[in-house]
Ligand binder design. Structure first.
Ligand code: AMP
Length: 126
């Protein structure tokens, strides 16, 4: 069910459960600020999710509430993930869905990292 832009943080969401080790994941990278793992239903040759370790619903919630160090650490982790995946030369796309119109499914802030081939135009409206 799509997440509304105003939902409070739900610590039973699937990414919170992955962070607690209750559900397995295919980890690409982990540090004190972030966990990166392969998306279970990839939509590009490379499709990885990067999530902060703290409880934030969306990108804007993260920007509003996270301490500066967590924000810096998270975005540095995103850059490291792109490097680990070998995407820096040919490029990649970062995307974060927020709320109903964006079709956000998981109410824990995450950045999709797409790459591994040409990604086409930015969006295709449903
Ligand atoms: P969003 O629509 O932006 O909320 O994206 C949620 C993403 O999480 C989707 O691309 C799903 O395929 C992915 N996803 C859901 N459950 C899992 C899981 N257990 N492991 C990895 N990816 C998942």
């Amino acid at each position: 069910m799509p997440v509304t832009g105003l939902d409070p943080y739900d610590d039973q969401n699937i990414f919170a459960r992955i962070l607690r080790g209750e559900i397995p994941n295919r980890t690409v990278y982990e540090d004190e600020f972030a966990l990166a793992f392969h998306d279970i239903a990839p939509q590009a040759p490379v499709h990885v999710l990067v999530i902060p370790k703290g409880p934030y619903v969306s990108a804007v919630d993260f920007a509003a509430r996270a301490p500066d160090g967590e924000i810096a650490g998270f975005w540095r982790a995103v850059g490291r993930v792109a490097g680990i995946l070998g995407l820096e030369q040919e490029g990649y796309r970062l995307l974060s869905n927020h709320g109903i119109h964006a079709g956000q499914e998981v109410p824990h802030f995450h950045v999709h990292v797409f790459g591994g081939g040409p990604l086409g135009r930015m969006i295709q409206a449903a």
